[in-house]
Write a protein that binds this ligand. Sequence first.
Ligand code: PLP
Length: 359
Amino acid sequence: MISFLDLKKINQRYEVTFQEKLKTVMDKGWYVLGEEVETFERSFADYCGSKYCVGVANGLDAITLSFLGYIETGVLQKGDEIIVPANTYIASILGIIHAGLVPVLVEPLISTYNIDPAKIEEKISEKTKGILIVHLYGQLADMDSIMELGYKYDLLIVEDAAQGHGLPFKGSHTRTFSFYPGKNLGALGDGGAVVTNDEKLAKVLQRLRNYGSDIKYYNESIGFNSRLDELQTAFLNVKLADLNTDNEKRRSIAKRYITEIRNEKIVLPEWDFSQNHVFHLFVIRSKNREELQEYLTQNGIQTLIHYPVPPHKQKALPEWNNLSFPITEQIHAEVLSLPMSPVLTGEEVDFVIETLNRY
Ligand SMILES: *Cc1c(COP(=O)(O)O)cnc(C)c1O
């Protein structure tokens, strides 16, 4: 069986180093917001080409707290509208809602599955104060067009980069990350971070994640407990060093899939072989998705669907259930994610390609 994502194999590469890291943390006896978090925040800010990184508990909190931070610094107000792709994982939308802001959905391009910049402008109202960009499946959204709209309408641009560790930076205000185990940079549990050049925002986030407190037992705002875990961060410090080579491996597998899969019943991702994709997922489309998935399962190839139900059709958001986003709905009905990871072997890739070409 070729697994969709062999997390065990990914992390077994680090078994010895992780044991040493555990010992280091135990020898220090400091478990929350210690040197590992400090080191990671510096390294990850550098890696992202940004001044500040604030570790938080997970990717959803990274989105929610960023927006709450902008409310606290007066950039946003409760009730402001934030444009967000209709075609995203629900966390992007929940982060906006949890911060007391109003998500406004925009259709994606069928070619990239990312937000269609040409459809953003018609959704901009007086209440629109920002855009939350999502680099779905690891592909950079059309940031040049989006940044231009941002300047034109004076909008806050936040990137939900939970699927895009290592993508080029195009000058947004803030990027949010998740270190959930399955992400391109994943811990052995939950984790997240906000990366920004905005010193004021970074300071507010350091408070918000830690009970609204700068000095222990003195609380300046109504904060949260959303700290990036010290031990998880110790593991992230090890894995960060390999992120670029891991992304490069994902790209080389994607290149093989794209050039060698030949089947009229399958739509492959559009990618120009540049650095603008980190292939968090390799997603194909088929009109007979269920049949294709069953065929691959029969042949010992595990696949997943990202995602089966779009946010506006979820029971959690009943006020949106009657809205129509045909491109988003088509994507959700047709997509299938093939095995993709830095530990997939050449033989496994051969087999996936051959099997799909026989379908
Ligand atoms: C994974 C993910 C998140 C949320 O991250 P968690 O760490 O699971 O909270 C947010 N947005 C997108 C696009 C994601 O893929």
